[in-house]
Design a protein around this ligand. Sequence first.
Ligand code: C2E
Ligand code: CA
Ligand code: CA
Ligand code: CA
Length: 269
Amino acid sequence: AKQAGKNGVRLYHPAMGEAAAERVDLERDLRQALDGQQFTLHYQGQFDGATGALQGFEALVRWQHATQGVLLPSKFIGMAEETQLILPLGVWVLQEACRQAAAWHAVAPRLTISVNVSAVQFEHPGFSAAVREALDRSGLPAGCLILELTESAVLRDPTAAAAQLTHLKRLGVRVALDDFGTGQSSLSLLHSLPIDELKIDRSFVQSANRVLLEVMLHLAQGLNLRVVAEGVETADQQALLRMLGCDSLQGYLLARPASAEDVRSLLIP
Ligand code: C2E
Ligand code: CA
Ligand code: CA
Ligand code: CA
């Protein structure tokens, strides 16, 4: 590496070049992956807080990279958003998740499927049409599809978000606010938007801060929202959430994300 000059400006650093080259590779690979069907969905169960019964699954995308093995979303969703490749990827995720859930309905009729929606997707004018198409093609009842949005997706433009949510609600789908508690959402926003569910971020669940969790659950119950706790890893966390009346639990303690085949053998033992 070149030494920083007297003025402190570094002209070149090899690590910088490498990082940039890696990004270019990743973008190229991402485009090929979409054509080459290298994406798969894993499914993590959500269980009734009181009875423990299976209620549904959250779909989580994985990339079976040609040379790097399985890549988790943290490795590529950001890049997919920057390049707008999240739009075709998001359509694929929606269609695949709906298709899979509709197939499971033959043995487990009321299971819900929760799909993560990026802000870039949500803000795209074609989004509600894409949702409708995924429902039509799969035959999945709209009420079984839950779209998970983050607070930031909704907050970037609350007026546009409200309009988009109205379109989606007309289709009959449900909407969840993901990672709740980590963002900036105000009480009035929660009250004014047509949201059905709050997903309490795992940082709160894992802090096991009883007062905080109690406040969040009371708030949700007051607003008539279903509450899902994510990242439940211990029996103590589960017991606390159950005592506080949490509707639904999700986390490694109950089930890890699993392939479609593994879910199938779980549903049909
Ligand atoms: P998220 O929506 O908050 O999803 C939950 C993440 O927590 C998943 O990570 C899941 O595997 C992990 N998790 C579940 N239970 C536990 C637990 O008990 N402990 C811990 N430590 N982690 C747990 P994953 O699959 O790596 O996904 C990360 C994020 O990537 C998701 O966070 C979501 O924001 C995003 N993502 C995943 N799939 C999609 C997708 O299809 N589209 C979009 N736009 N984003 C996606
Ligand atoms: Ca989620
Ligand atoms: Ca989450
Ligand atoms: Ca998260």
